[in-house]
Design a protein around this ligand. Structure first.
Ligand code: IMP
Ligand code: MG
Length: 274
């Protein structure tokens, strides 16, 4: 017989215990973020991006494709652990939460989060939705929604608490197309958990954007407003790659998040110096 977790105990995961990113993976700029605790997202500024790229881990074929390191993996992991803890403290432990991964970009963050939730013994089910709205560096303005295996949305949505996992919220177009479709399947509730959100000028503007996308009004088909505890980081309005985020399908494999440099951009994601 296996060991049964106590649902009343919130067991911190191993990655939450660490407060210091590993050497060569982003530097001391980030240390205060985790040390300050709390579940609110960290607003990453461009000034916190590090030039110390040489010591980070990426395949040699990407050499000189990035201009800066924006968020090191250790920080992503620690923030993910905080989010998992918030989920565990918020959702009922007696029913499985349906966690939907928006493919492909959310996949690494989704798996980090699942590991943390499993460590907390939080019950969940998983499903996958495929959505595409970006062409190269820009939003295409249209959203294509489908399931990974083709067909309609997951049948398991009806009557369940649903958590949609996104990699990044930029214009919000993807979610404003997806949420109403999920709502049509009659879930008990819908919330969005995103690794990143792109910040607009002022904090209020970003909040307005998210409220608009996610919908404070139930009749608009949105969910009940933004839960900032489910957002990893807010970042400046720049193009980032890594941890699932791509540029023309490249760079999803990176553990850290980088700002793409001119060589990466001009090479169309393939680094050709044109
Ligand atoms: P939205 O529909 O404009 O909110 O954009 C959402 C999708 O666009 C994300 O799920 C990503 O796939 C893609 N995207 C937006 N910004 C970036 C970026 O900086 N890097 C890579 N992909 C991005
Ligand atoms: Mg995405």
């Amino acid at each position: 017989m296996g060991i049964i977790c106590s649902n009343t105990l919130s067991t911190p995961s191993s990655s939450m215990k660490s407060t210091t990113p590993s050497a060569g993976s982003g530097g001391g700029n980030y240390i205060h973020v985790i040390a300050s605790g709390g579940a609110a997202p960290k607003d990453i500024t461009i000034h916190e991006a590090s030039d110390d790229i040489q010591n980070t881990n990426y395949p040699p074929i990407y050499e000189s494709h990035f201009s800066k390191l924006l968020i090191p993996h250790t920080l992503l992991q620690e923030r993910t652990a905080q989010i998992a803890s918030h989920i565990h403290n918020t959702y009922d432990h007696n029913e499985a939460l349906l966690i939907i991964c928006v493919l492909k970009g959310s996949s690494p963050f989704f798996h980090l989060l699942l590991q943390e939730l499993s460590g907390l013994c939080h019950p969940y089910m998983i499903d996958f939705i495929k959505v595409k709205s970006y062409e190269g560096l820009n939003s295409s303005g249209t959203v294509q929604v489908g399931t990974a295996g083709g067909g309609g949305l997951p049948k398991s949505i009806q009557g369940r608490h649903v958590l949609i996992i996104e990699d990044i919220i930029d214009t919000g177009l993807t979610l404003s197309a997806l949420i109403p479709k999920i709502k049509e399947e009659k879930p008990k509730s819908v919330k969005v958990c995103s690794m990143l959100v792109k910040r607009l000028g002022e904090k209020e503007e970003t909040t307005d954007k998210l409220d608009h996308v996610l919908g404070t009004n139930e009749s608009s088909g949105g969910c009940a407003g933004i839960d900032w505890n489910l957002i990893g980081f807010s970042i400046p309005d720049i193009f980032v790659v890594g941890c699932g985020l791509d540029f023309n399908e490249m760079y999803r494999d990176l553990m850290d998040l980088y700002i793409l440099g001119p060589i990466g951009i001009e090479g169309g994601g393939y680094g050709e110096d044109v």
